[in-house]
Structures are given as C-alpha cells and as structure tokens.
Design a protein around this ligand. Structure first.
Ligand code: DLZ
Length: 162
C-alpha cells in the first residue's frame, strides 16, 4: 500500500501565517523521533510567516500528558492553535492501545471545548523504524503535516469569524 508523504503539500494552498501565534506541546518519550517532529513543525510554521517569538514550545513527559499540556497552553496564552507532537510505539503490552485512545480522545475533546484548533501530530507505529520513516525519513515528517494543518485551521477560523 502506498503511503502518503507527510511533507508533501502545495505551498500555495497554505494561507499566510505572519500574524498567527501557535503553541507546540511535544512529548519527550521517544525523543529521537519527537525532536524531529518538532523541527519539522517549527520550520514549516516559519516558512509560512510565523515569527519565532510566536511559537511557544512546551515539553511533556509522554504522549499521555499531551492533552493536559495542550490545555495549559490554551488556558494561559493567546494562541491561534496548538500542535500536539508525540510518538507511541507498540510494545508487548496493551499500553499502546490505552495511550493512543487516551490522547486521541483527549485532543478531540479539546477541539470541542476550546474555540481554537488542536492538531493531532502523534505518530502511532508498530515499531521504531516506521516512526523514523515518518519523522523526516522516506515517508516525510508528521511535524510538517501538523503545522500545515494548524495554519489551515487557524485561517479557516479567521475567515469564518470575520
Ligand atoms: C509508559 C509509556 C510507554 C510504555 N510507551 C510510550 C510511548 O510509546 N510513547 C509515549 O509518548 N509515551 C509512552 N509512555 C509514557 C506515557 O505516555 C506517560 O508519559 C506515562 O504513562 C506517565 O503518565
């Protein structure tokens, strides 16, 4: 099955973001992967005009903590959106399933509770190799995809509100 390249998109389809401000909450679990996701997200936001001072990065211990970290950012800063970056790799126990369910439901709930977008930039993979391939490897970078989604959703909100 062909896998979409997560870094491939039409730059002209992305609205100008120079007046936007974003939070990024990033999980330290599987840091070799999530640090690449963070680099991809920051680079993409800047490429579309977001100033470095308007990118607020906060770290949390693991993907389970992404939801609360994102809520803290939404509560205490004036943001156009929050990008949640993490990497959950399947292990030998059902832990994977519980963390994936929790973070998926948590981020969905934040989208419904707050009037800004929360973007799901979480890799959920069978093994470390699959994660590497999606963190700047042959399938692109999930952080890039998440940043593009954040800008598009923030622009959509501005368009509808104005
Ligand atoms: C405990 C745990 C395990 C086993 N695996 C992962 C993982 O693959 N990816 C991830 O982001 N976090 C993992 N964690 C940590 C949990 O997300 C969480 O930080 C701890 O359970 C403490 O609440």
């Amino acid at each position: 099955m062909a896998t979409t390249n997560l870094s491939s998109y039409n730059p002209e389809s992305v609205p100008d973001a120079h007046e936007m401000r974003f939070g990024i909450v990033v999980s330290d679990w599987n840091n070799d992967i999530t640090s690449s996701l963070l680099k991809g997200a920051e680079k993409t936001l800047k490429k579309h005009g977001v100033s470095g001072k308007d990118i607020v990065v906060k770290h949390v211990p693991g993907s389970f903590e992404l939801t609360l970290g994102a809520q803290f950012l939404a509560e205490y800063d004036d943001l156009d959106g929050v990008i949640c970056l993490g990497c959950v790799i399947r292990g030998e126990t059902p832990h994977f399933t519980y963390i994936c369910q929790s973070v998926t439901q948590g981020i969905t709930q934040l989208n419904l509770d707050y009037n800004i977008p929360f973007i799901f930039g979480v890799l959920t993979t069978e093994d470390h190799q699959q994660a590497l391939e999606r963190a700047g490897g042959k399938h692109g970078n999930k952080g890039v995809e998440a940043a593009v989604a954040a800008i598009k959703m923030a622009a959509l909100q501005r368009e509808i509100e104005n």
